[in-house]
Write a protein that binds this ligand. Structure first.
Ligand code: SD4
Length: 408
């Protein structure tokens, strides 16, 4: 009996051991199955993540390619003259947040008076072309001033005048080396409107002016100009003055100020955009004071001293004309605006080009550009400190603004 029960006990121990081993095996197996599944699941998740990354990077690439395509198309449109598209779009936005229409800007402080006359035309819905002609005529009429017959003569003692004008249709006219005619800008307009030509010079320009009814003025220097010329003759030093303000009235090649108190600048350039969004520009000058007889600067040369393209913008230059001619300055500014640069950036690029090609000599040169684009935004830039321009877009009058400069 005892033996039997002992056997039973043994058997049950044995069975228990068997059960335990079986149970352990099962657990072990299920752990194996589980871990295999976990590895499989992780692999699956990894695969999904990998696919997502590939998909996102492909999307990103596609996006970049689309952007580049869009940008290339934009630049092409600018340079190929699809300015029509640009201007249409911009003009449709009318008086944008930054741009103003109508608006007039002109070079130097003499621009304040000139802008008044131009503004009268613009505020009454007049054409920008009439505004830029009538505006600078005011400066041409001032006797103690920088432009027109009251200005400084050439080194032989004769006042010779250059002027140009350009309208919204790309028509242009200019006169150069014109003597004894009070309003060269109006003669330039007649060349544009009444002849098949763009430019008339010297006695031919004078003959044309007389045939158009412009009176022949006296061959006499203004009191200020006579005084300055007598002074200049003492040394007869031929050294063009770059920036009259920088002389502080001393040791200047030409007197810094006229007896009227006006600064002795010898050019006015004016740009306007009218209520219809049409652009025009004008430029009139006696050229550099005490220049060589027969010398022409940039002012009568279309694309140098003045350029207007109604699809892109308008620009006018002042300063050492020779430097402006060498880079076709105002044409460059307008083309840069067509490519999307702001008027200020376009003017800056053009003066940078002059500075770059002159190297160390640039410190002796002053050139400034002013510009407006189709939105009525304006801008200016000059090589060195001292250039300012007058801006008018309201009855309250003009603001005189110092332009930014490249050199200190
Ligand atoms: C010229 N650009 O005859 C003119 C001079 C000028 O202010 O602008 N003076 O070269």
């Amino acid at each position: 009996m005892l033996l039997k029960s002992q056997k039973n006990i043994k058997k049950s121990k044995y069975e228990k051991n068997c059960y335990r081993r079986e149970f352990e095996n099962e657990i072990y197996n299920s752990i194996n199955v589980c871990s295999a599944n976990i590895v499989e699941i992780l692999g699956f998740i990894f695969q999904i993540c990998f696919n997502c990354c590939c998909y996102l990077s492909a999307l990103n690439n596609l996006n970049q390619q689309l952007n580049m395509l869009h940008r290339r198309r934009f630049l092409q449109m600018g340079s190929l003259g699809a300015g029509t598209f640009l201007s249409g779009k911009l003009f449709a936005s009318g008086n944008g947040a930054k741009g103003k229409m109508p608006l007039v800007i002109s070079t130097w402080d003499a621009g304040i008076n000139a802008n008044k006359a131009a503004w009268q035309v613009l505020r009454n819905g007049g054409r920008a072309l009439d505004a830029v002609e009538q505006g600078v005529m005011v400066t041409e009429s001032e006797i103690s001033c920088c432009v027109g017959l009251g200005a400084n003569p050439d080194r032989d003692g004769h006042v010779t005048l250059d002027a140009s004008i350009m309208d919204e249709h790309g028509n242009c006219g200019s006169v150069a080396f014109l003597e004894r005619i009070k309003h060269p800008v109006s003669v330039a307009r007649r060349v544009m409107e009444k002849t098949p030509h763009v430019m008339l010079v010297g006695s031919g320009a004078q003959q044309f002016a007389l045939s158009e009814g412009f009176p022949l003025e006296e061959d006499k220097l203004s009191a200020d100009a006579q005084k300055a010329y007598d002074e200049w003759l003492k040394k007869s030093e031929y050294k063009p003055q770059i920036n009259i303000e920088n002389t502080k009235g001393q040791n200047g090649f030409a007197p810094a100020k006229f007896s009227s108190g006006a600064w002795n600048h010898d050019t006015i350039g004016m740009l306007a955009i009218d209520a219809k969004g049409s652009l025009s520009g004008s430029c009139t000058t006696s050229g550099m004071g005490f220049k060589m007889r027969g010398r022409l600067g940039d002012s009568p040369i279309i694309g140098a001293g003045l350029y207007v393209d109604n699809e892109a913008g308008a620009a006018v230059a002042t300063g050492v004309g020779e430097e402006v001619i060498k880079i076709c300055g105002t044409h460059l500014v307008v083309e840069l605006m067509r490519q999307g640069l702001s008027p200020e950036d376009a003017c800056k690029r053009a003066v940078e080009k002059i500075v770059k090609r002159n190297g160390a000599k640039a410190k002796d040169i002053q050139v400034a550009f002013i510009a407006i684009n189709k939105k009525g935004e304006h801008g200016a830039y000059c090589i060195q400190k001292g250039f300012n321009f007058a801006l008018c877009y309201a009855d309250s009058g003009s603001l005189l603004i110092d332009a930014k400069h490249i050199l200190p």
